[in-house]
Ligand binder design. Structure first.
Ligand code: TXA
Ligand code: MG
Length: 333
C-alpha cells in the first residue's frame, strides 16, 4: 500500500482548505491514518476516539503501547470533548499559547480510549498552529491523536519526504504542507495543578512559563522520556560550542563525518557540512533533517555543535543528547 499524497502549495488561502482536505478528512473519520504538517513536526493522525484506528498508529510506528499520544484539536472550544476537567491554569495557558506548540496534560474524559492515553487516566491535548492541521481536524469532526510521523526511535519528520521515507508504505494519506518552521516537538506541561509542571521542553520555554525545573527524564509523569529517541544510524557526537569543526576534523581522519554547526573558513575538506545553523532556533529548525541527511549520505559519524543550554537552547540540546544516545559532550582539546 502506498500513501496517497496531497500537496498544499504555500500561499493557499485558508477558505480553500476544507475542499482540498475533504477526502483525507473523511478517511480519517473512517479509521484511516493521515500524516499532516504542524508548526513543530509532522504528525501521524488517527481518530482519537476510535481504539482500532489508534491501534494502527502504534503498529505503523512500532511504538511502545505505554507511550501515550497527543490529541489534537482545531480550537480550545473542543477541550470539553476530551478532558474531564479544565483547570484555571489550563484555561490560562491555552489562552496565551494556542494555537501553538504547547501541549497540556489534563484528566481525560471517559470517551477517550485507554489506547490513546497509553493506559493513563490523563490525556495530552494541543491546538496546532498550522491551518492545514486545524482544518483537517475540523472537517473530520473528531479529535485527532497524533504522535510524530516517524518510525519509533528515529528523528522526527519535518518534511513530507521524511514521512514518506519512514512510513510511506504503512499509512493511507500524507498531506504535504512544506517544511515545519519550528522543527522540534511541542512543550508538554502537566496543567492539572495550580502551577505548570514541564514534562518535555520545547519552544515554549521554562522561562516563558516561569518554571525552574523539568520533570526528571524517565519519570512516570513523562512516559515518553523513557524511550530512545531521534537516533539516526550514524553515531552522534556532541561537541562543545566553538569546537564542532575541530572535533569533526579529528574524527574524519578515521571515519566519514558530517557536521551540524556553524562552519568557519579552513574546515577540514573531509568533513561534510550537513547544516550550518546559527543559534538555537536555527538548530531546532534544521536538526532532524540534518540527522536524516547523515544517513542518506551513509556517514559513520555526525558531530553536532552545542548551543548554550538555556531557553530554547535547552530544549534543542535535550534532543541532541538523546540523538547521541544520552552520551555526554566531547571535551575540548
Ligand atoms: O509537537 C508535537 O508535540 C508533535 C506534533 C505532531 O504535535 N507530536 C509529538 O508527539 O511529538 P509524540 O507522540 O512524539 O510525543 C508525545 C509526548 C510524549 O513524550 C508522551 O509521553 C507525552 O507527549 N504524553 C502524551 N500523553 C501524555 C500524558 N497523558 N501524560 C504525560 N505525557 C504524555
Ligand atoms: Mg515522537
Amino acid at each position: 500500500m502506498a500513501a496517497s499524497v496531497i500537496t498544499v502549495p504555500p500561499g493557499t488561502v485558508e477558505q480553500d482548505l476544507p475542499a482540498l482536505l475533504g477526502e483525507p478528512a473523511r478517511a480519517l473519520r473512517r479509521g484511516a491514518l493521515v500524516a499532516f504538517p504542524t508548526e513543530t513536526v509532522y504528525g501521524l493522525g488517527a481518530d482519537a476516539l476510535d481504539p482500532a484506528a489508534v491501534e494502527r498508529i502504534f503498529h505503523a510506528k512500532g511504538r511502545p503501547a505505554d507511550n501515550p499520544l497527543i490529541v489534537h484539536l482545531p480550537d480550545a472550544a473542543w477541550l470539553g470533548r476530551v478532558v474531564a476537567h479544565v483547570t484555571p491554569l489550563a484555561r490560562r495557558l491555552a489562552e496565551r499559547w494556542w494555537p501553538g506548540p504547547l501541549t497540556l496534560v489534563l484528566d481525560a474524559a471517559d470517551v477517550v480510549p485507554r489506547v490513546t492515553t497509553g493506559g493513563l487516566s490523563t490525556v495530552a491535548v494541543r491546538v496546532p498552529a498550522n491551518p492545514l492541521a486545524r482544518t483537517l481536524i475540523a472537517v473530520a469532526g473528531t479529535p485527532v491523536a497524533a504522535p510524530s510521523a516517524n518510525l519509533s526511535g528515529r528523528p522526527s519528520p519535518t518534511t513530507a519526504a521524511h514521512v514518506q521515507a519512514d512510513l510511506g508504505g504503512r499509512i493511507d494519506w500524507i498531506l504535504d504542507g512544506g517544511p515545519c518552521p519550528v522543527g522540534i516537538e511541542s512543550t508538554v506541561v502537566d496543567a492539572r495543578g495550580d502551577a505548570p509542571v514541564v514534562l518535555r521542553e520545547g519552544t515554549v520555554t521554562r522561562e516563558d512559563l516561569g518554571v525552574d525545573v523539568t520533570a526528571e527524564s524517565g519519570s512516570p509523569l513523562s512516559p515518553g522520556t523513557r524511550f530512545a529517541h531521534y537516533q539516526p544510524s550514524a553515531r552522534v557526537v556532541v561537541a562543545s560550542a566553538g569546537q564542532g569543526g575541530d572535533v569533526a576534523a579529528e574524527i574524519a581522519e578515521r571515519q566519514t563525518t558530517g557536521l551540524i554547526g556553524p562552519t568557519l573558513p579552513g574546515l577540514d575538506p573531509r568533513v561534510s557540512v550537513l547544516a550550518s545553523p546559527l543559534g538555537a532556533a536555527e538548530l531546532a529548525t534544521v536538526l532532524y533533517d540534518a540527522l536524516r541527511q547523515a544517513d542518506v549520505r551513509g556517514l559513520d559519524v555526525v558531530v553536532v555543535e552545542a548551543v548554550p543550554s538555556h531557553g530554547l537552547g535547552r530544549a534543542v540540546m535535550d534532543r541532541v543528547r538523546r540523538a547521541a544516545g544520552g552520551g555526554g559532550v566531547v571535551p575540548t582539546g
